[in-house]
Write a protein that binds this ligand. Structure first.
Ligand code: CA
Length: 238
């Protein structure tokens, strides 16, 4: 018997919140919902939820601060942020803070349901992956605990999405992988969907800061002009 997937909805607009509770309950999820940031963080910190749908503009505490607080304690808590459609800033801030995905307002409920399903599916897929990945200048990543250790023994935290992205590039290291393919295979978006490819670029930039000696001139996570990204093996392993 599988237990129900537990969702937390943090959204202050009553009609949206209630609509989401109804729809996700209908889809078989166990749903809890709160209407302000303070309660949102408190519930989120219980660690009882498989995934948190988090609005940005909230009374009490905003969604970015909540996401940041969640991430500082748990890198594998799944979070989808509800951002303002017109705000590129919001999207980028959300992704930088480690949200697993975002949906821009106004959104269709169906779209959000699909995103939630995709994020959950992807995190499940990760559980079955190799438990260790070696990247960059010999950084060993424990893909279950999301901790990297460099050759000097320092620990580098990774997010689930970053590890997933590296794992996919590594599994396909004989060729460059396009942004569209990464959006489809790592993010779970439908191919050809009009999703901003900068989502991929933001994550690549973050990864380069973690695994490259010189992130501005990457030697491991390289761009193949006009084709996409390629992950080269650590030196000595080539
Ligand atoms: Ca709001």
């Amino acid at each position: 018997m599988e237990s129900k997937i537990k969702l937390l909805i943090v959204e202050d607009e009553e009609p949206i919140r209630q609509g989401l509770v109804d729809v996700f309950t209908f889809h078989g999820y166990e749903v809890d919902a709160v209407d302000n940031g303070t309660d949102g963080l408190e519930r989120a910190e219980s660690g009882a939820f498989d995934l948190i749908v988090l609005d940005v503009m909230l009374p009490g505490m905003d969604g970015f601060s909540i996401c940041n607080a969640i991430r500082s304690k748990s890198r594998d808590q799944l979070v989808i942020m509800l951002t303002a459609k017109t705000s590129e800033e919001d999207i980028i801030t959300g992704l930088k803070l480690g949200a697993d995905d975002y949906v821009a307002k106004p959104f269709s409920v169906q779209e959000l349901v699909l995103r939630v399903q995709a994020v959950l599916r992807r995190s499940k897929k990760l559980e079955t992956r190799d438990s260790e990945l070696i990247v960059g200048n010999g950084i060993k990543i424990d893909t279950r605990n999301l901790i990297g250790t460099d050759s000097a023994g320092s620990e580098i935290p990774f997010t689930r999405r970053e590890v997933d992205l590296l794992s996919y590039l590594w599994a396909n290291r004989e060729r460059p992988v396009t942004r569209d393919e990464l959006l489809a295979e790592v993010w779970g978006y439908k191919r050809g969907a009009h999703i901003e490819t900068r989502t991929v670029d933001i994550h690549i930039a973050k990864l380069r800061r973690k695994i490259e000696d010189n992130p501005k001139e990457p030697s491991y996570l390289v761009t193949i002009r006009g084709e996409g990204y390629k992950l080269l093996p650590p030196v000595g392993d080539q």
